[in-house]
Design a protein around this ligand. Structure first.
Ligand SMILES: C[S@@+](CC[C@H](N)C(=O)[O-])C[C@H]1O[C@@H](n2cnc3c(N)ncnc32)[C@H](O)[C@@H]1O
Length: 175
């Protein structure tokens, strides 16, 4: 979700041929590049959807074993921090029972959201529980975690070198 150029989805689809990976982003600009790369590589197990998290099609409900959000900004970041229904509820609706949501976020005071730390994530976990998502852990992300996200944005911002990131994991628990 908020896949940008879809680099992470391309990587997962290439290295896990029995998985089906879907890159979703509200903006077609970067996502189109990923879609062309998938087409050129004849990757049949990757799909690209231009849509805001707030408007996902019902056909995607309860299909995901895993949802990842790497370095969200704008309404995606705001909704994830607030635990809003339109963002967190919408993401939760994609997930199968026991599926995992991984959020990698780097935001400081200058981004207009206040500094996002593991403590901030932990203090807001009740908002996620309302959507059936239980916080598993929240910690500072290692440079390996940041590298594995294959995030073009993290490279551009110098995340891991000049600014930190938090990794939060949630489990969908429908009971
Ligand atoms: C900083 S970029 C990160 C892109 C990519 N995940 C990466 O790490 O390189 C944030 C992305 O979130 C997307 N985004 C922001 N609000 C969104 C929303 N409401 N629904 C879906 N995508 C959104 C933007 O279009 C943008 O591509």
């Amino acid at each position: 979700m908020g896949a940008g150029n879809g680099g992470y989805v391309l990587h997962r689809a290439r290295t896990e041929p029995t998985s089906f990976a879907v890159a979703i982003d509200a903006s077609p600009d970067a996502l189109a590049r990923g879609a062309w790369s998938a087409k050129r590589a004849h990757l049949a197990n990757a799909a690209f959807l231009v849509e805001g998290v707030e408007r996902l099609p019902r056909e995607l409900a309860c299909l995901a074993d895993e949802v990842t959000v790497h370095f969200p900004w704008g309404s995606l970041l705001q909704g994830l921090l607030d635990g809003s229904s339109s963002v967190v509820g919408s993401v939760a609706a994609l997930m199968k029972n026991r599926a995992e949501l991984r959020v990698l976020v780097s935001a400081g005071v200058r981004d207009g959201f206040g500094a996002v730390t593991p403590s901030v994530i932990i203090s807001r976990c009740a908002n996620y529980l309302q959507h059936g998502l239980r916080l598993v852990d929240a910690r500072w992300a290692s440079s390996e975690v940041i590298r594995e996200s294959r995030s073009a944005w993290a490279k551009r911002l110098g995340v891991g070198r000049t600014r930190p990131a938090v990794i939060a994991r949630y489990r969908r628990d429908a009971t």
